[in-house]
Design a protein. Structure first.
Length: 140
């Protein structure tokens, strides 16, 4: 995983948040995730080919990541890495192809901007899901 640091600038006109080091040349689409509440965990969803980049527009999130070992029969005891994203820290987390994600909002009305390097037409061929309880090393 790669973290790409951004920043913010504030003056009498207001505020600008930015991540100038984020190269968007591979991005084909984006979408925004807003979980229904802070108890709900969206996951596990993985992509064998697609890369994604996550940025908190508002609020904060825990993003759990697991590198899938076998696409036909993943091991439930794979290590799970936990990342915290907040709209205050102006970071983007890059998730390479091959990872599964579970996403939980930590604050009400949090919004997560997701960039993807493949168009929506690829989604039906590159979408793998497991129940949220499948990877046993996901600790809350």
């Amino acid at each position: 995983m790669e973290k790409i640091q951004g920043g913010e600038f504030t003056d009498d006109r207001g505020q600008i948040r930015f991540v100038n080091e984020f190269d968007m040349s591979r991005v084909k689409r984006f979408y925004i995730i807003k979980n229904k509440d802070t108890e709900f965990v969206r996951g596990w969803r993985a992509h064998r080919v697609e890369e994604r980049w996550f940025y908190a527009l508002s609020g904060s999130f825990i993003i759990d990541l697991v590198l899938i070992d076998n696409w036909n029969s993943a091991s439930p005891d794979l290590p799970v890495r936990k990342y915290r994203l907040s709209s205050e820290n102006q970071q983007i987390i890059h998730v390479p192809a091959g990872y599964g994600t579970a996403i939980q909002a930590l604050e009400s009305n949090s919004e997560l901007l997701v960039f993807a390097d493949h168009g929506i037409e690829n989604a039906k061929n590159d979408d793998y899901t497991w129940p949220i309880s499948f990877f046993i090393n996901r600790i809350r």
